[in-house]
Design a protein around this ligand. Sequence first.
Ligand code: C5P
Length: 228
Amino acid sequence: MALDVASIAEAQALVETLGDSISFYKVGMELFMCGDYFAFIEWLKQRDKKVFVDLKFFDIPATVGRAIKALSSKGVDLATIHGNDAIMTAAVANKGDLKVLAVTALTSLDRGDLDDLGFQCDVQALVLSRAKRALQIGCDGVVSSGLEAALLRQELDHKLLIITPGIRPVDNREEDDQQRVVTVASAFQAGADYIVVGRPIRDAVNPKAMAEKIQQQILSQFSCDAIL
Ligand code: C5P
């Protein structure tokens, strides 16, 4: 779950409310700005939670390499970097046991945004090309919208972890900043290994019930194999 909240106290309260319904937490930029980010990561580890540091490092390769090296000593499970070759190379050389994920294209970007950034190719081509480079360079996985996950699975098999944000239990695109959204079921059908869910749980009237409902939706995707 993406812990996008405004204070460490709020994050701790949400983790306590969610209890066993969530075992993996993504801590990103908003919490980083609150202070005590690493003490909070420790607090999560003491509760046997897995931790995904989503700070999407984007800087000169030497700086990203050193940042990843420092992070790899903190017991974190996953971290994100931007998917440019030199950045990925520096991160992979310094990652140790930390699994590094390359961001392919933000799920909030649409065609118009990519035009503004000067990318003439379509989103799928951009995501696939970045994922292929990430694999060649030695990243552990990629962050990709559910709309491109199927193509990545088809082209790259199971050689990379696919982490899919932009999940909406129902399609409520109109009031949302995420453009390339999918449901829980379609993300896993497309081949995602993990999904990232933030606001649908955080903003639910009953966050724990929503988390459990999403876990049920995940389980139902795998129930045939489990029964056989
Ligand atoms: O609230 P919502 O479920 O949209 O949260 C999605 C989370 O995934 C946010 O924390 C966002 O930073 C992150 N993310 C994303 N798209 C990416 C990479 C990360 O939405 N490509």
